[in-house]
Design a protein around this ligand. Sequence first.
Ligand SMILES: NC(=O)C1=CN([C@@H]2O[C@H](COP(=O)(O)OP(=O)(O)OC[C@H]3O[C@@H](n4cnc5c(N)ncnc54)[C@H](O)[C@@H]3O)[C@@H](O)[C@H]2O)C=CC1
Ligand SMILES: O=C(O)CCC(=O)C(=O)O
Length: 449
Amino acid sequence: MTPKFDEKIEPIYQEVLARNPGETEFHQAVQEVLESLGPVLVKHPEFADHRIIERICEPERQIIFRVPWQDDKGDVHINRGFRVEFNSSLGPYKGGLRFHPSVYLGIIKFLGFEQIFKNALTGMPIGGGKGGSDFDPKGKSDTEIMRFCQSFMTELHRHLGEHTDVPAGDIGVGGREIGYLFGQYKRITNRWEAGVLTGKGLDWGGSLVRTEATGYGATFFVDEMLKVRKDSFEGKTCLVSGSGNVAIYTIEKINELGGKVVACSDSGGYIYHEKGLDLALIQQLKEIERRRIKDYAEYHKDAKYVAKGNIWQIPCQVAMPSATQNEINGKDAATLVKNGCIAVGEGANMPTTPEGVRVFLEAGIAYGPGKAANAGGVATSALEMQQNACRDSWTFEYTEKRLQQIMQSIHQLCYETAEEYGTPGNYVNGANIAGFVRVARAMVAFGLV
Ligand SMILES: NC(=O)C1=CN([C@@H]2O[C@H](COP(=O)(O)OP(=O)(O)OC[C@H]3O[C@@H](n4cnc5c(N)ncnc54)[C@H](O)[C@@H]3O)[C@@H](O)[C@H]2O)C=CC1
Ligand SMILES: O=C(O)CCC(=O)C(=O)O
């Protein structure tokens, strides 16, 4: 699909393509933001004078390193580790670590780039970064995971610090991995520095609600979009792709708000259960036993597992992609709209292709892009950092209320910014512009650094 840029922005995008060959996901993430920015340069010519867009597209620092580790048989393996410290204008680099075989520099840069604007939208003092490895955790024993995490942190620790760079989890990195990473950081540095990682266990500096935060936050965001349309989750049939951290707590919150989730998935296929998914079973299979979603059908004979099936063909009113990038293409988006979908909230990062985004916007449905809708995870990480800084821990109710208020204010900011820039109801423009302007103002204030 041909990108639609303002004439001042086209050459900047061409320069990004030339400087970052082969990094298609990064190109896509940059394209999505730059397409929104034409009117911003008209209102703020100083951003063009200071070449803010060009500077924002270039990471402040990119770290690539070797991660050697030994499996349980004693064989040696070598993976590649990454940390892209993209932008520290608003605070220390903040963003998760992804362990997945598809990881390469282009994926980490797309995620780090998105993170800059997402983190800005939260209004909290956090810059943007992301990291990870092409390590595949699937089928590895606990001790193999531990040895990998220890080796990864042995290199990464020198780049981290509570005021410098603060990783968390993402695909393939949850509470278990954060534990091994924190343990190794503590051992190497001889510092018990809680604020260096978020998503920690509750006994050692973690925050209540961080586990639930991305899914709950995305659901709060969709709830706000529905409220604008004088609607709610009550009685709505919903789809949630994935069955990991984000998907599980999205399903939980949708249930609480009166919706019914009939399908979820993993990379093998999807499960469809017309009377509504059994969340306790999914948690047992996924969070505890680390099994595949197809096993769900062993316990519910009225549920159907479709191997390699396309979850977006199931009719629904609300869709919440919560698995991975580019999981909804133009055709899937058209199918969703044709089947009566009125709202899409992205729990995952960039789950919709540019063609799909265009379909949603042209159909005029409520479409909440990831950098706004899934910001609740990183926002609650910032709340964890606040608690660590004052050696405090807050109750679940208080922390969840803070999360809900943050999601409401992100929604409001995106909604008002879209109106201010002449595209009412377009949360893509709202999120890109509002996030960009916050970072750009700080960059202008700092001079040429
Ligand atoms: N964990 C967090 O706090 C945040 C995560 N995200 C994003 O949410 C998404 C999911 O992340 P998590 O739930 O943390 O990871 P996770 O590792 O807990 O779960 C990922 C899930 O997606 C499934 N999956 C992967 N590829 C798939 C495919 N091609 N088709 C269907 N399912 C597939 C996996 O089987 C797994 O169930 C990612 O895009 C991540 O970047 C965004 C904001 C914060
Ligand atoms: O909590 C964090 O620091 C990062 C969350 C994350 O990786 C994301 O927002 O995509």
